[in-house]
Structure formats: structure tokens, C-alpha cells
Design a protein around this ligand. Sequence first.
Ligand code: SF4
Length: 60
Amino acid sequence: MVWKSALCVHSGVCVRGLPEVFDTRRQPWIAIDAASSAAIVEQVGRCPSGALSIDRTAEK
Ligand code: SF4
């Protein structure tokens, strides 16, 4: 997963949708192992700004 901070509009969609993965009070704020890949892909698809995306080249 890739997060482009410059694109984030801080809508909170990711934090509300999958709080176990996206938690801005934590550092780092994204815990990629805290949910299934399918759940993360689905949530990333709901990001309204395109700040979150899936880096397919990283998948093996
Ligand atoms: S859903 Fe996208 S735009 Fe909204 S806070 Fe998360 S990363 Fe930022």
C-alpha cells in the first residue's frame, strides 16, 4: 500500500472504515498486518482523494 500525504484530504474515511489498520494516534499510523488483504484493498478503494493506493509491484 502507498500513502501519498500530499493528496490526503483528511476525510477520515480510512480511519472510520478500518480503525485497526488506520490510526492517526499511532506511529506509524498504518498497520498493514492488522486486517486481511481483501479488507485493506476494499478500504483503500474508498479513499476519496486517491492518497491511498495499492502498489501492485510489491505483491508477490
Ligand atoms: S481516506 Fe484517503 S483522504 Fe481520507 S484520510 Fe484516509 S488517506 Fe486521507
